[in-house]
Every structure is written in structure tokens, then in C-alpha cells.
Design a protein around this ligand. Structure first.
Ligand code: PLP
Length: 375
């Protein structure tokens, strides 16, 4: 989608907040532990290449992405650090992975056998074995399977480098630790059959690293928290204040007094009970601002203003406490005066999680970077 650079709707990303979140986490990590910045989905909507650079400035030593194209974009931009693709890549791309020194999650021996068919002499793929300890998404199911796959990797040393082994927790952001502990135990059972530990052993996403100190590994996959969002929403509190990196702002483009009895928006779902000031803001669901946020609020001049009527594709309407001039700033995520709207506030109102809101902001909203040392 075309970025709307001639429209006042903009996402500001604060580089310093990202650096600070990473630095705080690194202070808590055991020495010798690597932090890989998880920057899949365009850095959770914050911008892949910018976040990559800020993460390195703060001491990250590698990257995790979800798909091959994200990894290739990093290589193309000149990043030479380790990159791990967390999702399954089709085995036919094994030569590309080898040439570009991109590591990949592997969840079956079948994948290795297929990839082997595509590799030329001298091409070697860096493999992180995924262990399914309870996430039920990708990975080996049983320790016996791991034994066979490790043997296969040893027999195919020329084609594959057994670089890492990992698992992913399904409930690390919850109060109840029962299921988490089940996964830890299964992980231990897997690790017990391993003949040799690879370079990277990793189990921790943000939530695991924040709230489950003792669960081991020598690398963490640090995602949502590096953007300053709490992985649990409001359930658990982070051991240090997370600094939100993203603010979303726009401006009033039209202001009018709506007479009592007149309605607003598709379906005419809102009718003014009094004579009211109504402002129009140029952002809508095509920008990733969810339509179900009708009835939620934005901030104008420090005041919460209700979103009235249905949110349109490109515009939404708000009720103002008084007349404001066209061009007045509207804060959709961030601070205004004494008040603030967080990504968690937005997510809760939209009945989802902050992850989905952040990575849902579309490319129509331009990203501007604050405290960027290169800009
Ligand atoms: C996305 C992802 C992460 C990052 O999780 P956060 O909750 O954002 O820290 C870590 N590991 C895997 C396997 C992932 O898919």
C-alpha cells in the first residue's frame, strides 16, 4: 500500500526506547547468554531494518524472523549477524539458506532428507532443531525422534551444521505455571538423549525470559518486550519498566457542530443527544485501526474523546469536549497531557493482544524514527 506521507497520520518509533528495553534485559541475563532480537512481521510493525539496527546498538547479537524473505531483506541491507528463521522454510530453498548463512528451524528428519536433495557440494545449512514440548506447532514430538535426527545430522555433517536446539512455551505469560512446568520437563527429557549440545540452546521468548529465570539455555529470543509491550497484557508485571517504542498520532481534518438528533457514520449507529462537537480523523481500518474500536477513545489536548459511529476504512469520527481547530493533534496510541493510551489499552478494547495491533498497522501509515543515531 502507498504510504500516506501527505496525511497527518503517523507512527513514531522511538529508537531509544528499543535500546533501553534491550539493555535492561541484558542486565538481567546470565553472562554468556546471547540476545536475538525477534523482528519478524516488519519488526512487529515498527520497521524491520530500523529495529535491527537499534537492537545491535543495544547489544543484540542476532536476529529471529519468521520467513525467508525477512531474512533475505536483512542480508540485502548488509546485516551479517546470525539470523534464525523460526518458521518452516520449503526444503527447496536450502541452497539459498546455505549461501546466505541463514539458520533455519527444522522439525523433522524428512525436511533434512528433502533439503539434502537440493544441496550442492560445499553448501551447508545451519539447523536449529525445534522440539515440540507442548506448543503443538512445529517440532520433534519425542526424544526417540531426536536421537534419530541427531544421528542423521552427524552422518550428514557436510550438508548440515547442527547449530541450535530450541522449544517454545505456550503459557509463559500466565500466572498458572502447571503447563509451563510440563513443557520444561519434556524439554529436559529431550535434552537428556542428546549426545552433544549445539552452539545455541534456547527456550525463552520475552515472557519466559521475564518471568522464568531458571529455565536455562544460552540465547533468548526477545520479541514483544523489546518494543516495550508487556507480553502478558496486564496479568504479570515486568521486572523493570518497559518503554513503549510506538506512538500513533493523527490530526483533526474536519470539525463541526452536530445538532441534537443528527447521526454519524455507516448504519447511523450514533445519534447526538445534544448539540455536539464532532471531529473527523484520517485513519481507519485500512490502516489497521480495528473497526471494532467504535466506542473506544483517542486523546485530544489531554482529553479522552469517544470514537462515535462506525469506524470507516479511512476515517473515524470522535466527540470533542469543545471546538478545536482543524490540524489539532489526535493521539491514538501514546501520551497527551496527563493521560495516555497504551497498546494494551487498544488491544483490550479490540479484544485481542498488543502483538496483533502492532503488526496490523498497515504500510499506509508512515513510520518516523526518533533518537536515530544515523538520521
Ligand atoms: C515470535 C516468537 C518469539 C518472540 O516472542 P515474544 O513473545 O514476542 O517475545 C520467540 N520464539 C518464537 C518461536 C516465536 O515464534
Amino acid at each position: 500500500m502507498n504510504a500516506g506521507i501527505h496525511r497527518p497520520t503517523i507512527i513514531q518509533v522511538d529508537a531509544q526506547a528499543i535500546r533501553q528495553n534491550i539493555q535492561q534485559e541484558r542486565l538481567r541475563m546470565q553472562s554468556g547468554t546471547d540476545l536475538f532480537a525477534v523482528i519478524k512481521a516488519n519488526g512487529y510493525g515498527h520497521g524491520l531494518l530500523h529495529v535491527a539496527r537499534y537492537a545491535l546498538e543495544a547489544g543484540a547479537t542476532g536476529f529471529c524472523v519468521a520467513i525467508l524473505d525477512e531474512a533475505l531483506a536483512l542480508r540485502e541491507a548488509g546485516f551479517t549477524q546470525p539470523i534464525l528463521i523460526l518458521g518452516i522454510v520449503a526444503p527447496q530453498y536450502a541452497p539459498l539458506l546455505a549461501d546466505q548463512h541463514i539458520s533455519v528451524a527444522v522439525g523433522s528428519q524428512q525436511w533434512l532428507e528433502k533439503a539434502d536433495e537440493f544441496l550442492q557440494d560445499g553448501q551447508k545449512v545451519r539447523v536449529h532443531l525445534a522440539l515440540d514440548t507442548g506448543m503443538g506447532r512445529i517440532g520433534l514430538q519425542e526424544p526417540a525422534e531426536l536421537e534419530r535426527v541427531e544421528a542423521f545430522l552427524i552422518q550428514h555433517k557436510l550438508q548440515f551444521e547442527f547449530e541450535g536446539i530450541f522449544t517454545h512455551f505456550a503459557t509463559a505469560d500466565e500466572l498458572d505455571q502447571t503447563y509451563f512446568q510440563t513443557q520444561v520437563n519434556r524439554f529436559k527429557a529431550f535434552m537428556a538423549v542428546l549426545k552433544q549440545k549445539p552452539r545455541y540452546v534456547h527456550v525463552a521468548n520475552s515472557a519466559t525470559s521475564l518471568w522464568h529465570k531458571a529455565c536455562g539455555g544460552n540465547m533468548i529470543r526477545f520479541g514483544i518486550a523489546l518494543y516495550g509491550m508487556n507480553p502478558s497484557g496486564r496479568v504479570l508485571s515486568a521486572p523493570y519498566p518497559l518503554s513503549p517504542a510506538l506512538t500513533l498520532e493523527s490530526a483533526l481534518v474536519f470539525v463541526k457542530e452536530l445538532k441534537k438528533g443528527r447521526s454519524v457514520g455507516y448504519g447511523a449507529t450514533y445519534t447526538a443527544e445534544n448539540d455536539e462537537w464532532i471531529g473527523t480523523v484520517p485513519i481507519g481500518y485500512a490502516d489497521g485501526y480495528p473497526r471494532r474500536l467504535q466506542g473506544f477513545h483517542v486523546l485530544v489536548d489531554g482529553n479522552y474523546c469517544e470514537i462515535v459511529g462506525r469506524i470507516c476504512m479511512d476515517q473515524l469520527m470522535i466527540r470533542l469536549p469543545q471546538s478545536y481547530p482543524v490540524g489539532t493533534k489526535v493521539v491514538l496510541v501514546g501520551k497527551s497531557g496527563q493521560n495516555a493510551i497504551t497498546m494494551v489499552d487498544v488491544a483490550e478494547a479490540a479484544q485481542t493482544i498488543s502483538y496483533e495491533i502492532a503488526c496490523g498497522f498497515s504500510s499506509r501509515i508512515p513510520r518516523n524514527y526518533l533518537h536515530d543515531q544515523k538520521a
